[in-house]
Design a binder for this molecule. Structure first.
Ligand code: FAD
Ligand code: NAI
Length: 465
């Protein structure tokens, strides 16, 4: 291996890449990580998970203070006002501390950070900026970029992608969001809470594709109650910008009469695609899937020996924790160990209020894959803690195999859904039945009791409904 500069070169320092690099170094491999950005942490830390959650938290506080929620509990605040610059600067602080944290971890674990854009020269040789390095194994972890909408130009002023929407210098009057997926609903929530009218234009009949059908319906109801305008089954045919105003042309997805929406901000959030720009995969002979992802096998190997791929650039859910787990597994595989990710048990969370979370199969997918299933549901309106906190939106839904009682999936709409879903993920990893969850003692009064009761409902015996 000494014929190479490094044992492992990881390309990209997002949650996939930085984790792979740290684990490889922990396993005693001489490791470098190439990153084109000025800071480590990838999309997630710089312009994704972290800044979006910072604004979601801050805007939630603003809404609580101004929307009558605190007053209902007897906490009366007069004259609460918005200081958007301060909100942005607190967000920037969180991002800076976390990206700096990865830099510290690289130093601590002796991962060499190669600054610059990487391009393959051959299977073991990569140009990073103006230096050329060789490595025995190379991990592609270059993440994803925004899917463009043909005919709609992102100027990051009036027409923005998620990066622009995380940095708007003022609250728009009317934000039109193209795409009723995770980004549209999270960032739409931020600006709605801060005072914008928000219209979401979604091509499909329901928002949140990939989620359980009942959850999609209930979520839409809650978002509408919060003041979102949801135009489902609608497509955008064009956006024209005139100064600081935009006109969005829409028509029914199935065809029909066209109309226009006047907006002062338009967010394009119709998905993300693998980022392979400038990587020169051809020079190494790495093949792509039909959908433009870097093709891999179960162990994260590409078709070229010694080249591996993980995270958003590879197939599967485009989520930070999926990328991280693949980062650990790929490093272990490179080191000759057995790194495995169970792609059937990866939680998804939408960090709106309430949060929307799921793991495993939706009811529809479970019926299709397993056939006979049992479903247990429990509403937060019957959960004592949610009732006490006046926080009763949502429910828990547990789906189990009718024959074996094994849990196949769970869905939660609740203020705490993102944290609660971990319990079901853990149970599923252990091969739990709904009965295992139903007979696990849960502390009272907690929102988590709703998971236990939904599990009890699978066999028809909840206590509190
Ligand atoms: P990335 O994080 O995209 O990192 C890839 C890195 O590679 C980048 O830093 C890029 O600069 C670098 N790179 C690319 N090409 C090269 C090259 N040729 N040379 C050198 N460097 C290169 N996921 C969640 O799980 N939870 C969330 O709450 C969440 N919120 C999100 C909010 C937003 C607004 C967005 C856009 C995404 C969000 N995601 C969230 C998704 C999450 O960010 C991604 O799934 C995750 O970042 C993928 O990690 P990755 O390591 O595969 O790639
Ligand atoms: P998405 O795939 O979640 O949603 C895109 C939506 O746009 C879909 O509902 C789709 O039907 C719709 N759409 C597609 N083309 C359209 C068109 N022409 N007109 C109208 N609607 C159209 O993608 P999104 O929201 O852009 O997010 C990208 C990815 O980033 C997510 O899939 C997720 O993996 C990740 N992410 C995760 C978060 C989390 O975990 N909390 C938060 C934000 C992003």
């Amino acid at each position: 291996a000494d014929q190479y500069d490094y044992d492992v070169l990881v390309i990209g320092a997002g949650p996939g890449g930085y984790v792979a690099a740290i684990r490889a170094a922990q396993l005693g491999l001489r490791t470098a990580c190439a990153e084109a950005r000025e800071t480590l942490g990838g999309t997630c830390l710089n312009v994704g998970c972290i800044p979006s959650k910072a604004l979601l938290h801050a805007s939630e506080l603003y809404e609580e203070a101004t929307g009558g929620h605190l007053a209902k509990f007897g906490v009366e605040i007069q004259g609460a006002t918005l200081n958007l610059d301060q909100m942005h600067s607190e967000k920037a602080k969180a991002v800076k501390e976390l990206t700096g944290g990865i830099e510290f971890l690289f130093k601590k674990n002796k991962v060499t950070w190669l600054k610059g854009r990487a391009a393959f020269q051959d299977g073991h040789t990569v140009k990073v900026g103006d230096q050329t390095v060789t490595a025995k194994d190379v991990v592609i972890a270059t993440g994803s970029v925004v899917t463009p909408l043909p005919g709609v130009e992102i100027d990051q002023k009036v027409v923005v992608d998620s990066t622009g929407a995380l940095a708007l210098p003022k609250v728009p009057e009317h934000l039109v969001v193209i795409g009723g997926g995770v980004i549209g609903l999270e960032l739409g929530s931020v600006w709605r809470r801060l005072g914008a009218k928000v219209t979401v234009v979604e091509y499909l009949d329901q928002i949140l594709p990939g989620f359980d059908g009942e959850v999609r319906k209930e979520s839409a109801k809650l978002f509408k109650k919060q003041g979102f305008e949801l135009m489902t089954g609608t497509k955008v045919t064009g956006v024209t910008v005139d100064g600081d105003r935009a006109t969005v042309s829409v028509e029914p997805a199935k065809g029909g009469e066209a109309t226009t929406l006047a907006a002062d901000a338009v967010l394009v959030a119709i998905g993300r695609k693998p980022n392979i720009d400038g990587l020169d995969l051809e020079a190494a002979g790495v093949k792509l899937t039909e959908r433009g992802q870097v093709g891999i096998d179960h162990d994260f190997r590409t078709n070229v020996p010694g080249i591996w791929a993980i995270g958003d650039v590879a197939p599967g859910l485009m989520l930070a924790h999926k990328a991280e787990d693949e980062g650990v597994a790929v490093a272990e595989n490179i080191a000759g160990q057995t790194g495995i990710v169970n792609h059937d048990v990866i939680p998804s969370v939408v960090y709106t209020m309430p949060e929307i979370a799921g793991v495993g199969l939706s009811e529809e997918a479970a019926k299709e894959k397993v056939g006979e299933i049992k479903v247990g549901k429990f509403p937060f309106a019957a959960n004592s803690r949610a009732k006490t906190n006046r926080d009763t939106d949502g429910f828990v839904k547990v789906i189990a195999d009718a024959k074996t009682d094994r849990v196949l999936g769970a869905w939660i709409i609740s203020s705490l859904a993102g944290t609660m879903i971990a319990q079901v993920a853990q149970a599923m990893e252990f091969g739990a039945t709904s009965e295992d969850i139903a007979y696990t003692c849960h502390a009272h009064p907690t929102h988590s009791e709703a998971i236990k009761e939904a599990a009890m409902a699978v066999t028809g015996k909840p206590i509190h409904v």
